[in-house]
Design a protein around this ligand. Structure first.
Ligand code: CAO
Length: 424
């Protein structure tokens, strides 16, 4: 079966998390991803948070599946020559270096276009054009600058960052969409273009409901926020704890075993359409007609009291029992799943969302497969490459170098020392 992006060749000059998530996703869809790494060290994540001595870390292996690795010193004359030869035959070049790094390598947009006018140059930066454009950025900085941290956490506590990597992996996703869109446009124009995804912009895009609330605030209190009706609203959107961002009030409630299990909780939603069911399942049928509870508007000022009552019921059941009982009434609710529970989840494995992969050095590991399912393009998750594992393969089969050219490349030091072919 032909894969969606088969025939698309990606020059992957990314590192750490944001860029690699983007190119891994393109690899899942069938693109040929050639990852360029600095000889000797490679992507810095290979050695970060190591759990198995001398083996590439999970940080690296879970972000770099479905890629080939070529070690290349871009500051070596021959190395730059090889890089430029690859630019000529690739459809997309992806990078997430600090601002100015590509220009310092001599790879300006003008030079890249000169080499290949059809190429798409896709970049992740921390900030878009403006006062901070030259700054380096990591995940949590983007969460703070994009509006997520100021709106996450509880009202009486400090701003909080979220475990979901919305700055890195979130921006990687944005960039992937930009790339396939540019490829689609190239079908009509024949030209490449630059694609930029700034991490601050990506986080803000995911926080757009909070910018919505910022504007609503000018017209009165945010009635679905826990601050209403007793707390105070300032001039900026406050942290809303676990309140739902939409029109259906929700909160996280304790379940049976919460005293010892930190994840014995459930997210419970009191959506207007299922209010009757909520009243029945928690044993409060009188609330269906009681004017203090019967309508969404009547409930808004007493949401916390309502959730406290619902919690008395959820605390008598496990999160799975709550989910089961609530869904019988079509009441949406979410068990708080630990990473241990997710890692062991059979259904997620069956759909390929969690995949177990073999690795020659570290042994078997779990990774997240393709979260986007296409009916006509099956994802096969392949292990991450060893550093420089495909040096020979790429010179020989992609760049079509003959024996002499390969020898010259090796002798120039562009690929690093003899040890850079780590796969041997
Ligand atoms: N051969 C030779 N040199 C190479 C090379 C190669 N194959 N690959 C990289 N380098 C060099 C670069 O040329 C650069 O050198 P100069 O500064 O001398 O020009 C150097 O490595 C460092 O690049 P960098 O500044 O991008 O790396 P850093 O570790 O200092 O910063 C990061 C990392 C992530 C903060 C920065 O790259 C950045 O802000 N990127 C954009 C935003 C982003 O993606 N952030 C998310 C990262 S994931 O949390």
């Amino acid at each position: 079966m032909v894969k969606a992006l088969e025939g698309v060749r990606i020059l992957d000059f990314t590192h750490v998390q944001s860029g690699p998530t983007c190119t891994q996703l393109l690899g899942y869809f069938g693109a040929d991803v050639i990852k360029i790494e600095r000889p000797g060290v490679g992507d810095i994540t290979r050695g970060q948070l190591r759990d198995v001595a001398n083996a590439d870390s999970l940080y690296f292996t879970m972000l770099n599946g479905n890629k080939r690795s070529l070690t290349l010193d871009s500051k070596n004359k021959k190395g730059l020559e090889i890089l430029e030869a690859l630019i000529k035959i690739c459809d997309v070049m992806v990078e997430n270096f600090a601002p100015g790094v590509m220009d310092r390598m001599g790879l300006t947009w003008e030079r890249i276009q000169e080499l290949n006018p059809r190429i798409i140059l896709a970049s992740i930066k921390g900030f878009g054009p403006g006062p901070f454009e030259d700054y380096k950025v990591y995940e949590n900085i983007a969460q703070c600058a994009g509006g997520s941290a100021s709106t996450t956490g509880f009202d009486d506590g400090p701003p909080v960052v979220t475990g979901a990597q919305i700055g890195d992996s979130g921006t990687g996703l944005h960039l992937a969409l930009g790339i396939v869109t540019a490829l689609f446009q190239r079908e009509k124009t024949g030209r490449g273009q630059k694609v930029l995804a700034a991490m601050q912009d990506g986080v803000l895009n995911l926080c757009r409901v909070k910018l919505r609330d910022q504007q609503r605030l000018a017209h009165g209190p945010l009635k679905e926020y826990p601050q209403y009706p007793n707390g105070k609203f300032g001039d900026a959107v406050p942290r809303a704890g676990n309140a739902s961002g939409g029109g259906q009030p929700g909160w996280i409630l304790k379940c049976k075993g919460w005293e010892t299990d930190p994840n014995a909780y459930v997210y419970f939603i009191t959506q207007a359409q299922v209010w009757k069911g909520v009243c029945e399942v928690i044993g409060k049928p009188e609330w269906v007609t009681d004017p203090n509870y019967a309508t969404p508007d009547a409930r808004l000022p007493r949401l916390m009291e309502i959730f406290a009552t619902i919690e008395k019921w959820t605390m008598t059941k496990t999160k799975w029992e709550v989910m089961d009982a609530a869904n019988k009434y079509d009441i949406p609710c979410g068990p708080i799943l630990s990473m241990k529970e997710i890692a062991e989840d059979q259904a997620l494995r069956e759909t390929g969302t969690i995949v177990e992969v073999d690795h020659p050095v570290r042994g078997r590991y779990l990774t997240v497969g393709n979260p986007i399912k296409l009916s006509d393009s099956v994802t096969e998750v392949m292990r991450a490459p060893l550093l420089g594992e495909h040096n020979d393969d790429i010179l020989r089969n992609v760049l079509k170098f003959d024996e002499r050219a390969i020898r010259e490349a090796i002798e120039s030091g562009a690929l690093g020392g003899a040890t850079s072919a780590a796969a041997e």
